[in-house]
Design a protein around this ligand. Structure first.
Ligand code: ATP
Length: 623
């Protein structure tokens, strides 16, 4: 089932990524949308509503049969004393009522079972659809949006908000029918028995209903506050575990504990406030209820004695009160459930309604690869979050042909990685254009573009999976010999072969069981396996020693012979053999040429070279 996205589409490019919904308002449009989702399962919903109505009507019959039974039993007793009644007929009537009562109780039980089952089934189906739609949307939304939104928030939203919507659809909608029939029907019957007694008996309904609603709304506020605290705790924990080595290196465990302790204490305080609110409101409601019960007993008893109503009718009234007690309290639950669904749904739809700014153009065609020539034409770019005046990149122009290699060098933050990220459209250029074989990359399908361009990222992220699964991530149908060829080229094969489980060895969370250099070599193997026509190495050999790097380069020579290659590096030995080297500074190309011409120029490149040669970083390659 596709999730309704009829709301006006907003681009994720402009979206701020913060979702503070006004919790004091219930958004009826959001509720309508959620409710409509439930009715996408019309058969189950119709059966659920039928079962709910049946359960409520049978519940209404129980007090009436009880009252009838009491009157019949009383008649039987009175008859036995006076000897004037047909005892067999009276007994038969009592048995009939008892049988009816049993029948209604069984029927009600079955109807409630069906109601619960169908409601839960619809809720879980909606939860499943929402989860899938949400996860799919997170895969689609552009990286500039992900840059602005905290991962912890997205995870909380994906779990708690979907749960909030699901609860309304699985129990909320059907419970609304149930409560309306029970309270409305109950009031009708009670007032029919005796208007005064009915009013006294029903007096607790508005008081408890209103009190329960206010209490629930307050509880909801504290629930939201608690959710915020939990989200903050998740963020702290996530960051702590992600940066566990930094924490240990700086012996910052105490500082981290203090941070966690502070937020955890705030969460405890909020949870305690919730408990106090809950206990107070429950006690008040119970008190009001028993007060009404006592008044009903008093007035009802008087009326029985005066003969205005029968004992059976008083029993019926009291039984109704017993039955109504929980449903009336559930009015508060309903109101809370509605408000929560509105908030949670609002936050979810905010994400689901975004249109990714990086997506296939309506008339996008698959990239047609001929030679595989890449051109940057006067490219300019600024990150959406970038507050400065200057652009991250500006006036970048170059061309790479197959078999040629471009080197990009420059100080940290010069824009080197950004340049690589523009080539496979993680972001769109702000000015100029990038073409492959003359086709603007914005006009071709993303899938075909990303199949043509392989980037070995600066940070070699590994999935928690076996080594062969990690290597074959971009080519899931690759055969073992192909996987081994890639790892051989990346100089990783002999290491992997020596592991006890060889290629089946599980790489731990974020590849912690591999060294930095091994992770980078695995990332290289992964990037070259699908045999893309354009290869970008983004500082991907920084953690690999120069000798291994040279072996990788030699092994790659046959592979790169007919491919366009971009090498981004700080270590000049990585790109010294490039056909053209661009020296980037503050997003601009300030020097360009091959190694010899740049050395002859005697500018920044030369200075960097001399600095690194002094440290022995270039010597082993040039020698
Ligand atoms: P390094 O050599 O340290 O890897 P770099 O030359 O590759 O640096 P980039 O990563 O391209 O530099 O960053 C260029 C500028 O853009 C920097 O000022 C950086 O802070 C900024 N920047 C990088 N990534 C983002 C992002 N996702 N959102 C906002 N700004 C970013």
């Amino acid at each position: 089932m596709a999730i309704d996205t009829r709301a006006p589409a907003r681009s994720d490019h402009a979206d701020g990524g913060t979702y503070r919904i006004d919790v004091s308002k219930v958004d009826t449009a959001v509720l309508r949308r959620i409710t409509a989702m439930a009715f996408r399962f019309p058969g189950r919903m119709a059966a659920g509503i039928t079962a709910t109505v049946a359960a409520a009507l049978m519940q209404l019959l129980v007090p009436q049969y009880l009252g009838q039974a009491v009157d019949q039993a009383q008649g039987l007793l009175a008859g036995a004393v006076s000897g004037r009644t047909d005892r067999d007929a009276a007994e038969a009537a009592l048995w009939t009522t008892a049988g009816l009562l049993l029948l209604v109780a069984v029927g009600r039980g079955l109807a409630t079972m069906a109601q619960n089952y169908l409601g839960e089934a619809v809720g879980h189906l909606i939860g499943f659809d929402l989860r899938m739609a949400y996860y799919r949307q997170l895969q689609r939304l552009s990286l500039s949006w992900h840059d602005r939104v905290h991962t912890g928030d997205l995870m909380t939203r994906g779990i708690l908000d979907i749960e909030g919507v699901r609860l309304w659809t699985d129990t909320g909608i059907l419970r609304m029918f149930y409560l309306s029939i029970l309270i409305g029907g109950g009031a009708f019957v009670l007032l029919g028995i005796d208007p005064v007694l009915g009013l006294v008996a029903l007096a607790f309904v508005p008081i408890v209903g209103v009190r329960a609603s206010f209490a629930r709304l307050k509880l909801r506020d504290t629930w939201l506050a608690l959710q915020d605290r939990m989200s903050a705790l998740t963020k702290i924990m996530e960051e702590n575990l992600g940066g566990i080595r930094v924490v240990r290196a700086f012996a910052a465990q105490d500082h981290e504990m203090a941070k966690f302790d502070q937020v955890s204490a705030a969460a405890l305080e909020t949870a305690s406030r919730r408990v106090r609110l809950f206990v107070l409101s429950t006690t008040q409601m119970t008190f009001v209820y028993f007060l009404a019960m006592a008044a009903t007993l008093w007035i009802g008893g008087t009326k029985v004695l005066s003969g205005t109503i029968t004992l059976g009718q008083l029993t019926e009234v009291l039984a109704f009160m017993l039955i109504l007690q929980m449903p009336v309290r559930q009015i508060g639950w309903m109101i809370n459930s509605i408000a929560r669904a509105s908030t949670c749904g609002g936050r979810l739809f905010n994400v689901l309604d975004l249109t990714p700014s990086i997506a296939d153009a309506p008339d996008a065609q698959p990239l047609v690869l001929d030679e595989g020539v890449v051109r940057f034409e006067d490219v300019g770019f600024r990150y959406p979050t970038w507050a400065g005046d200057s652009r991250t990149l500006s006036g970048i122009s170059f061309e790479i042909r197959p078999g040629r290699k471009i080197g990009i060098v420059g100080p940290p933050g010069a824009g080197k990685s950004t340049l690589a990220q523009l080539l496979n459209r993680y972001y769109d250029v702000g000015a100029g254009r990038i073409t492959i074989d003359g086709q603007d990359i914005r006009q071709v399908t993303l899938a075909s573009l990303r199949a043509a361009v392989a980037i070995v990222q600066q940070e070699a992220f590994l999935f928690t999976a076996s080594i062969d699964h990690n290597v074959a991530y971009g080519a899931p149908y690759a055969m073992r010999p192909d996987i081994e060829r890639s790892t051989q080229t990346a100089q990783l094969h002999s290491y992997v072969s020596g592991l006890p489980a060889s290629y089946q060895t599980l790489v731990g969370e974020r590849g912690v069981s591999l060294s930095g250099g091994q992770r980078q070599r695995l990332a290289i193997a992964r990037a070259i396996l699908p045999a893309a026509r354009v290869l970008v190495f983004d500082d991907s050999t920084a953690a690999i020693d120069a000798a291994t790097e040279r072996r990788i380069r030699d092994a790659l020579a046959h592979f790169t012979a007919d491919r366009a290659v971009i090498v981004i590096a700080h270590r000049l030995s990585s790109l010294i053999d490039a056909d053209e080297i661009l020296f980037l500074e503050d997003g601009r190309v300030v020097e360009r040429g091959d190694h010899n011409s740049l050395m002859a120029l005697g500018g920044r490149y030369r200075k960097l070279h001399d600095l690194q040669a002094g440290g022995g970083q270039v010597a082993d390659v040039t020698s």
